[in-house]
Design a protein around this ligand. Sequence first.
Ligand code: DAH
Length: 340
Amino acid sequence: MQKFDQLIQEAQARIAASGSLVALDEVRVHYLGKKGVLTEQLKALGALPASERPAAGQQTNQAKHAVTAMLDARRRELEAQTLSAQLTAATVDVTLPGRGQEPGGLHPVTQILERVQALFASLGFGVEEGPEIEDEFHNFDALNFKPGHPARAEMDTFYLKDWPLLLRTHTSPVQVRALLKHGAPLRIIAPGRTFRHDYDVTHTPMFHQVEGLLVDKEVSMAHLRGVLTDFLQRFFERDDLRLRFRPSYFPFVEPGAEVDINCIFCDGAGCRVCKHSGWLEVLGCGLVHPNVLDACRVDPRRYSGWAFGVGIERLGMLRYGISDIRMNFENDLRFLRQFR
Ligand code: DAH
């Protein structure tokens, strides 16, 4: 009995004196480890005469439970101390201003694309897409570009090594793909990236266009004019916006026209943006050439159509007053943040 009381007292003192979890574990091993004092005691029970065994066993077990309980209590104490020491060390200054959150935003080009898409969706136009890597057939031949005609060379085309592949120079080839796929009648717009070998304040080698195409019976220039007027007035949010159709040449339309709007910066009085003409050029359009309908297996005697192509960056520059097209692609946050 006495021997165990002494052992427990001694253990109590050693446990209380352990200043760390590591030191405490050494004490545990000393008493309860494989070769610990109490473990050895339990093993030794077998050597006792049978009459003494139960009492001795009971005492040894009691001592073991007592030591285990003291070890557990001290471990919890030490753990609590470690935690509170960590908490005091890691002070949080609750008066510091928060880091704040920077909301992201859509790129201005994306915003314009979505706006154009929404306006044409309200007129029942579906969205069609085509590949950025095109071939000569869709980009030129089917669009009535004759071999050797200067219009073909004027496109500043990026040709790929594997002829007849190229980076599409406009979204007009999607007219061909859509007609071959769906046939007439058809009413679509085709937004996407286009590529030309050109670089200055109004040109980047990659830019975006939206193509519009309507093929049906008895489609006329008057219809085209009506739709474009409605589109541009709604796009620029000006009911009084005026359109001017200037005859122009594109191989895939006849007649072809370029459309100007009265300058939204000076209202026609003349300024730097409109080069003192009072007009801004916004898009190209016309009635689909019968040769194009033929190439797309649509009978030009039964159907006619109109088409237009508009530069998205150009629309953005006019709507937001951006003076250099290249700003769109420089990823300067000071520029991009203005469109959030
Ligand atoms: N594809 C022409 C270009 O990139 C733009 C264009 C003009 C598209 C007239 C048309 C059109 O659909 O009818 O310069």
